[in-house]
Design a protein around this ligand. Structure first.
Ligand code: FRU
Length: 537
């Protein structure tokens, strides 16, 4: 993120000034009774944007997911968190857990910032054989590898970053920092050496750690047998414009659709700025890993500009996604932060700021031009969704067709197989009220593109960096495209063709705008297998 770069002072001052203005305005405009603590100033709360089916902290700031791990039937998510305010700072690891990836229980802060260090992003593994010796054979530990950002008086140069270990023997409820920290640092120390992700490498029987030197555009790979001693393996580099930071790398094996048993290596990488939708975004590289070196094999992914790179999601709000260690069936289930460093600090939600996108499973699709990384909601999410509140086998639309309002809670799926026929555009309109536009998920047949337009007025104008429209090429298949859209109060996630292409956006509609309609402009369209399903409470 930019607050950790040499641009930090400018950013910090801008954030401070912006926060002060927001706070002053909020105090002036807040209705009586508006509450919420932010640096001692009361600001208006925004419960209508609090997601129903997505993870947020009850209060205060959240960014990257950290240390995702599945153990004893629960998914644990640790995350970058400020326990003391609704802005980035005091970086600590918050903690929540869930059995269905939809309803979350918040736990005490796992790794608080201390006088010596802040705890930046990292990962957690279940050390089943107690190779680290930090637990016992009977009670193996969870081991976290995280980035220490050292402070004055820590005995390390202030502002430098290195990798440290903490462990838990009570399934993540409480954590101890390892006395031998840091376990991995650069010589000379770096201010941008961060985001360790540990992956078990079954073919070699050791752990592999990926980390970045963010401003040098390099992913560094290490190996270990005990999670405490790390040996350098290799560097992975690719083109990146000056000024872009590389963050949150991960090497993950992903199944290939339609070829049971085949898995290929993928390098996930978050970049900021330079994302395909502006600001921060997630690139990926398909390739080979021989236990030492990762080599990207697809030249479509390695160019210097967004058009010459491959992206996991095509919207503005999907960043820092990382996989769940030991997920059932070793499936690659990832969770991403649903925001963008271009405006994350200004998103006008309170008393929390930041949420995770719906957890997703990765899959490689085979296309005529090569493997494409897709992502669709992970299996347990489906279990939390109720039966159809509306199911329509076929709807012909020429102009506009309202769907009956449902949605008492504000979180629902709307899906349809769209045949645009000879229409210029066909769309699902969200957040409508009295015929007014809220947001739209459209198919532009003439351009062959999916277009997602998020709520474009009112609160969405909180900053001019909050763009309104995102386009991505999506070819029709047999004249149709399947669209599945998850709407959750303040966000819209679109999965086209079963997740081959996804677009994730925050939306921030006006309160009470729950209208849903099907539209077809410039000709008639057919919507098949239309369904609207809400999350059960
Ligand atoms: C990514 C990131 C990481 C860092 C963390 C700090 O969004 O900038 O590189 O560890 O956030 O909160």
């Amino acid at each position: 993120m930019s607050t950790t770069t040499p641009r930090q002072p400018t950013h910090a001052v801008a954030v401070a000034v912006a926060s002060l203005l927001v706070a002053v305005l909020a105090v002036l405009l807040a209705p009586r009774g508006g509450s919420g603590e932010d640096g001692g100033v009361s600001i208006a709360e925004t419960p209508h944007w609090r997601p129903v089916a997505h993870l947020t902290p009850q209060q205060n700031w959240m960014n990257d997911p950290n240390g995702l791990v599945y153990v004893d039937g629960r998914y644990h998510v640790f995350y970058q968190h400020n326990p003391h305010g609704n802005d980035w700072g005091n970086m600590s690891w918050g903690h929540s857990s869930s059995t269905d990836l939809v309803r979350w229980k918040e736990h005490p802060v796992a790794l608080p910032a201390t006088r010596e260090e802040e705890a930046f992003s990292g990962s957690v593994v279940y050390d089943r054989e107690n190779r680290s010796g930090l637990g016992t054979a009977e009670n193996p530990p969870l081991v976290a590898v995280y980035t220490s950002v050292f402070k004055e008086g820590s005995g390390h140069e202030p502002g430098t970053q290195a990798q440290s270990v903490a462990w838990s023997t009570d399934r993540g409820e409480t954590w101890q920092r390892h006395t031998g920290n840091p376990v991995l640092s650069l010589d000379p120390p770096s201010r941008h050496f961060r985001d360790p992700k540990v992956t078990w490498y079954p073919q070699g029987g050791y752990w592999v750690l990926t980390t970045v030197v963010a401003d040098d555009h390099v992913v560094k790979l290490y190996r270990s047998d005990d999670l405490l001693h790390w040996d350098f393996l290799s560097d992975f580099r690719a083109d990146a414009p000056e000024g872009v930071l590389w963050e949150m790398p991960e090497l993950v094996q992903v199944p290939v659709e339609g070829q049971p048993g085949r898995r290929e290596w993928v390098m996930l990488l978050s970049v900021n700025p330079g994302g395909v939708a502006g600001g921060s975004g997630m690139r990926y590289f398909t390739g080979t890993f021989d236990g030492t070196t990762f080599e990207a094999s697809d030249e479509r992914s390695t160019g210097p500009t967004p058009d010459e790179q491959t992206w996991l999601d095509h919207g503005p709000d999907f960043y820092a996604a990382t996989s769940v260690s030991h997920a059932p069936g070793e499936r690659p289930v990832v969770i991403g932060w649903m925001s963008n460093w271009a405006y994350a600090a200004d998103v006008p939600t309170a008393p929390w700021r930041g949420s995770m996108a719906i957890p997703r499973e990765l899959v490689l699709h085979r296309t005529p031009t090569g493997l494409v990384l897709g992502n669709h909601p992970a299996a347990p999410v489906e279990r939390a969704v109720g039966g159809p509140e509306q199911a329509l086998a076929r709807v012909d639309v020429d102009g506009r067709r309202e769907l009956a309002p449902l949605d008492r809670e504000g979180a629902y799926w709307v899906g349809a197989t769209l045949r645009p026929g000879d229409a210029a555009t066909a769309a699902v309109q969200l957040f409508g009220r009295g015929g007014r536009e809220g947001a739209r998920v459209s198919y532009d047949r003439t351009a062959g593109e999916l277009v997602v337009q998020r709520a474009g007025s009112g609160p969405a104008a909180f900053t001019d960096r909050f763009g309104t429209r995102y386009r991505v090429p999506v070819p029709l298949e047999d004249g149709r495209v399947r669209l599945d859209v998850l709407v959750d109060r303040g966000s819209v996630e679109v999965f086209a063709h079963g997740g081959r292409t996804s677009v994730t956006t925050l939306a921030l509609p006006e309160a009470g705008t729950t209208g849903l309609a099907l539209l077809s402009d410039g000709g008639a369209s057919t919507f098949e297998d239309v369904s609207v399903r809400a999350f059960g409470s």
